[in-house]
Design a protein around this ligand. Structure first.
Ligand SMILES: Cc1cc2nc3c(=O)[nH]c(=O)nc-3n(C[C@H](O)[C@H](O)[C@H](O)COP(=O)(O)OP(=O)(O)OC[C@H]3O[C@@H](n4cnc5c(N)ncnc54)[C@H](O)[C@@H]3O)c2cc1C
Length: 213
């Protein structure tokens, strides 16, 4: 997974600090008890609420399939998204270990942005095979369009096509991009209405802020 740009990381960090959120990096949680989180370096954080996030992993179901797997990234495919040693089988998305174009041993990141591009690439390649022109297969090349991280409804840190920006403008851009990406007009209307109502009503419990507790 690509790391967040250092300047954007600093902007996100100072935003969190300004909201009285302490960020600890380079330390792992070892144990969660009913009233604290124990860190590997011996420190303890007294709390009864723990919210945990982690990176993506391939669905465990792929282990039941008779397909070649890498140790952690999923089904082993070549640059054309063909499963190795399984003619006629293709894999993409979070379940596939797709070699990055840089040939540095890394895989394409398991993100929606990459999965959408992979979908188009695999569709073209399958059509080429169906049409009997296997020599016209196109190697998949991931083109990252940028990264956007929303921190609350009025602040986001973005890097879009090399341009970095943050703050309210970042949040508005994040929302516009999100709406554009939603497929159905119904989903767009629902999400836009929810954001609009959010201007007039109290935040949902999933958006609890410390000063409100
Ligand atoms: C909390 C969270 C936040 C994320 N945020 C972002 C983000 O901001 N930006 C970004 O780019 N990516 C984000 N991702 C990653 C992104 O969602 C995935 O990379 C993307 O959805 C992968 O697409 P996919 O088609 O491979 O898998 P999925 O979208 O997971 O689709 C797999 C489908 O297979 C179905 N399925 C599962 N098991 C079976 C089975 N046994 N039989 C039949 N069907 C089955 C599932 O129901 C699902 O519909 C996020 C992921 C999570 C979990």
């Amino acid at each position: 997974m690509r790391e967040l740009d250092p300047a954007l990381r600093r902007a996100a960090h100072s935003r969190l600090v300004s909201r009285r959120i302490e960020v600890m990096t380079g330390v792992q949680a070892q144990e969660v008890t009913e009233n604290c989180v124990k860190l590997k370096d011996g420190r303890e954080i007294p709390t009864e609420n723990v919210i945990w996030t982690a990176g993506g992993r391939p669905n465990a179901k792929v282990r039941d399939l008779d397909l070649p797997l890498t140790e952690r990234d999923g089904v082993r495919v070549d640059r054309y998204l063909r499963v190795e040693d399984r003619p006629g089988v293709w894999a993409l998305g979070d379940c596939a270990a797709i070699p990055a174009a840089e040939e540095n041993g890394n895989s394409v990141p398991p993100t929606a942005q990459a999965a959408l591009q992979e979908g188009k690439a695999v569709a073209k390649n399958i059509l080429a095979v169906v049409d009997g022109s296997s020599e016209d297969l196109t190697p998949f090349e991931y083109r990252p369009l940028g990264q956007m991280v929303e921190l609350g409804s009025q602040f986001a840190v973005n890097e879009v096509m090399g341009v970095k920006f943050s703050g309210l403008l970042g949040a508005l851009f994040w929302r516009a991009a999100y709406l554009m990406r939603l497929e159905s007009p119904q989903s767009k209307a629902r999400v836009a209405a929810d954001w609009l109502l959010g201007l007039f009503f109290e935040p949902a419990v999933t958006e609890i802020r410390r000063e409100r507790c």
